[in-house]
Design a protein around this ligand. Structure first.
Ligand code: NAD
Length: 209
């Protein structure tokens, strides 16, 4: 892809990942943090693959003057996710729809941030239209525990089950709008408002409809 970008003179985007930080020793992670990555773990092919992809992007940028953009994407969710993709949001929703218990890994107090997909796309478009090569973190600064997420999924599903009309519509589908976001904190693109549980629930309703 870098060779193609060089040949046709294209600006090229790498959708990298927060996983380049590995098991970080710094919280939150600024783009200047080099990470703490296990090179031989079961997940290492993903982390190290993205890291070498970032390296190659910068090598082509330096040697051949290719216009690169690198986004480090944090957890993203939204409608039309593959129900069996193994991510926690889709796992909980799939279990709730199947009327199975939601499996929360111990201790349940571990936190993640969840970025709505259309916000992510807006961030990527801004990055491509701007002059900053990155790497640039794109995500939601609001953190939720896994127990809070499971409770929110349960509440949303219960509300939908109580409404018989909506019950007919329970399937993965189209969805909604997004948080306003802004460019802030040096190079990071982060959201103007932190996502509250109610807002997360609102988004989950749209996914479940
Ligand atoms: N979803 C997240 O939370 C998240 C977090 C960090 C980084 N990312 C990165 O963002 C990118 C997209 O993630 P996603 O969750 O939308 O993944 P996804 O699996 O839903 O989508 C990947 C897409 O790439 C296509 N694809 C795969 N191999 C291809 C190939 N050889 N040629 C052309 N198309 C091919 C697939 O058909 C699919 O449409 C990935 O690079 C992923 O590593 C995603």
């Amino acid at each position: 892809m870098l060779g193609l970008a060089k040949r046709v003179g294209a600006r090229i985007l790498l959708t990298s990942t927060s996983e380049v930080y590995g098991d970080p020793l710094v919280h939150p992670q600024p783009e200047s943090y080099w990470g703490n990555v296990n090179p031989i773990g079961v997940r290492s092919c993903y982390d190290e693959g993205k890291r070498v992809a970032e390296t190659l992007m910068f090598d082509y940028h330096r040697q051949h003057g290719i216009e690169i953009r690198i986004a480090r994407i944090f957890n993203t969710y939204g409608p039309r996710m593959n129900i069996d993709d193994g991510r926690v949001v889709s796992n909980f929703i799939a279990q709730a729809i199947r009327d199975e218990p939601l499996t929360v890994q111990h201790p349940g107090t571990q936190t993640r941030s969840f970025c709505y997909v259309s916000d992510m796309v807006d961030g990527l478009i801004r990055l491509m239209e701007g002059e900053n090569t990155g790497p640039i973190n794109i995500g939601n600064p609001g953190e939720f525990t896994m127990l809070e997420l499971a409770e929110t999924v349960k509440e949303v599903l219960r509300a939908i089950m109580l409404d018989e009309n909506k019950l007919q519509e329970v399937m993965l589908g189209l969805a909604a709008h997004a948080f306003e976001f802004m460019t802030s904190q040096e190079s990071s693109i982060m959201f103007e408002r932190e996502g509250t549980e109610a807002e997360l629930g609102d988004k989950l309703v749209h996914i479940l409809k």
